[in-house]
Design a protein around this ligand. Structure first.
Ligand code: CA
Length: 221
């Protein structure tokens, strides 16, 4: 399940969010102080950070800016009571991914969180996975782009799914062979290259997403 960090100094709001999200099954961590929140976000892994703006010791803008400067690309949703364009623009400026205006309903917040997870391809509990403009339906082995079905063979589908589930990792040809063709396969490892080329041709003709890792294999970015 997704891990979410709440950085919010108003305890009533923090408790409400924490309660709602843990009821659904998300793993929730909280900080009531800006500096403490920054430390948590910079040292632990979270899928989403909910970040209040006005915080003691370090404000939300500063936290967001510092995390980005450190190369931390965690998905940040700003919680803002300040209903003005300036703060929204400034928030995006310092690297926030999304924002939600207080007061918000639990449903609204959940929708933003789900959108954030989808954008990262992290809706693991769902049958449906998203990657950029692609939609993968695991149970039916189908891939769509803007509701248009892309015709993949079973092996191409499995390859894409495997790459997506291991997004960001360099995967060797041997690893792909073992996981997708099985130990018993004793053919040429170039079968992997052939399938990658076919897959690229169908979904990624410019090879912007399925990258070749020289001397190793491939990785989805
Ligand atoms: Ca506050």
């Amino acid at each position: 399940m997704a891990k979410i960090l709440i950085i919010e100094d108003e305890q009533a709001i923090q408790r409400m969010i924490e309660y709602d999200l843990s009821q659904i099954g998300y793993e929730v961590d909280s900080a009531l102080d800006g500096f403490e929140g920054y430390k948590k976000a910079s040292t632990k892994h979270y899928d989403i950070v909910l970040l209040d703006l006005m915080l003691p010791n370090m404000d939300g803008m500063e936290i967001c800016k510092k995390l980005r400067e450190e190369g931390n690309d965690v998905y940040i949703i700003m919680l803002t009571a300040l209903d003005d364009e300036y703060n929204v623009i400034k928030g995006f400026d310092v690297g926030a991914d999304d924002y939600i205006k207080k007061p918000f309903s639990p449903r609204e917040l959940l929708a933003r969180i789900k959108a954030g997870l989808r954008r990262q391809g992290l809706m693991k509990n769902d049958d449906i996975l998203y990657y950029n403009d692609l939609k993968l339906v695991q149970s039916s082995y189908e891939v769509y782009r803007n509701d248009e079905k892309i015709d993949l063979t079973l092996k191409e589908f499995e390859l894409l799914l495997y790459l997506l589930k291991n997004k960001g990792k360099a995967l060797s040809r041997d690893q792909l062979l073992t996981n997708l063709w099985g130990f018993s396969y004793d053919g040429d490892s170039r079968v992997v290259d052939v399938h990658i080329f076919k897959l690229r041709d169908k979904i990624d003709p410019d090879a912007n997403h399925i990258k070749t890792v020289r001397g190793i294999g491939y990785k989805l970015v």
